[in-house]
Design a protein around this ligand. Structure first.
Ligand SMILES: NC(=O)c1ccc[n+]([C@@H]2O[C@H](COP(=O)([O-])OP(=O)(O)OC[C@H]3O[C@@H](n4cnc5c(N)ncnc54)[C@H](OP(=O)(O)O)[C@@H]3O)[C@@H](O)[C@H]2O)c1
Ligand SMILES: *[C@@H]1O[C@H](CO)[C@@H](O)[C@H](O)[C@H]1NC(C)=O
Length: 294
């Protein structure tokens, strides 16, 4: 460590305080609904400057309005699709021009996929990798100069499905594993180069967002955890510069302890959480996006 502090100093846990995010400039992607929307509201209450993005402009408008009511230092949105890397970079540039920098980049959006057996559609895997993975890379690259300057943080929202094989979400799971590979390796290089930008990988279990409930509520035997609490835990993990964040701990971190010593057992545990009789073959449970987006 080049900081001059003995290594143990950085190991002393800092207590969480909402003040940590007050006045901070934060981008949240995928913030028109779900966990991203809840993160925007928490940040608003903490008095952050918020820049949110997703495709659906009408929803973003409402979220921004509510953020202003809740006390955001400032709130704005940009709508567009993360299939387009130029758009991903454009969002980051907007933070530079309108906020003068960036303290936290929260990468949270996910493209629409299907719930069911892998259907062999390679084109879909490629498209999902672009949305769920490559756009995260593109935004990180663009944001790095600002994050170095602010000694800021990158928060990457992943899933249990990004740490252990999950049936019925094969393409999605692949994109989440890719995030672990990229960001865990990048964290190593940051350490070596004394780049003080934290990377927090969030490993989430089943959360009660509309999308997840629609896709899996009738086939998963586990109860979903509340999205607002999930959103707050992610923000705490990012502000405390944690390496990884597990929510809920008991249904994510604990089972994953089996991964290296009893992989077969963990695989079986994962499979046992589904009502297999309710899985269709190649069934598209996610309808295509409504035409109201651009
Ligand atoms: N809910 C769960 O059970 C669960 C479990 C594990 C991990 N996670 C992770 O948590 C994060 C949030 O999930 P969520 O359940 O809150 O999802 P969600 O409610 O479906 O939100 C997804 C967000 O991404 C946006 N989005 C979708 N396609 C996009 C595109 N092509 N370009 C730009 N934005 C796009 C959506 O807005 P538009 O449609 O307006 O673009 C929306 O704001 C994801 O990374 C997910 O993998 C969730
Ligand atoms: C890294 O940045 C954080 C946030 O600015 C700061 O609290 C911490 O002391 C820095 N660590 C080093 C080693 O400079």
């Amino acid at each position: 460590e080049g900081s001059g502090h003995p290594i143990w100093v950085s190991q002393i846990p800092v207590p969480w305080s909402p003040e940590m995010l007050k006045g901070k400039r934060v981008i949240v992607t995928g913030a028109s609904t779900g966990i991203g929307e809840e993160m925007a509201y928490h940040l608003a209450r903490m008095g952050s400057h918020i820049l949110i993005t997703a495709r659906t402009e009408s929803k973003l408008q409402k979220v921004v309005e509510r953020c202003r009511e809740l006390g955001a230092a400032s709130a704005q949105y940009i709508s567009g699709t993360m299939e387009d890397m130029a758009f991903a970079e454009h969002v980051v540039k907007e933070a530079q021009t309108s906020l003068g920098g960036l303290d936290m980049l929260i990468l949270n959006h996910v493209g629409t996929s299907y719930f069911g057996y892998f259907d062999g559609d390679v084109g879909h895997v490629r498209k999902l990798l672009e949305i769920n993975f490559l756009s995260y890379v593109a935004m990180t690259v663009s944001a790095l100069p600002m994050l170095k300057e602010s000694e800021g943080s990158i928060v990457v929202v992943s899933s249990m499905a990004g740490k252990v094989g999950f049936p019925f979400t094969v393409p999605y799971s692949a994109t989440k594993f890719a995030l672990d590979g990229f960001f865990s390796s990048l964290r190593q290089e940051f350490h070596i180069q004394n780049i003080n930008v934290s990377i927090t990988l969030c490993i989430l279990g089943f959360i009660d967002t509309d999308r997840a409930l629609r896709a899996a509520a009738d086939v998963l035997l586990v109860p979903p955890a509340p999205r607002a609490e999930c959103a707050l835990e992610i923000l705490k993990g990012g502000a405390l510069r944690r390496r990884e964040l597990y929510y809920r701990y008991g249904s994510t971190r604990l089972p994953l302890l089996l991964r290296d010593c009893a992989a077969e057992l963990l695989d079986r545990l994962v499979r046992s959480r589904y009502r297999l009789d309710r899985i269709g073959t190649g069934q598209r449970r996610h309808p295509p996006a409504p035409p109201d987006r651009r």
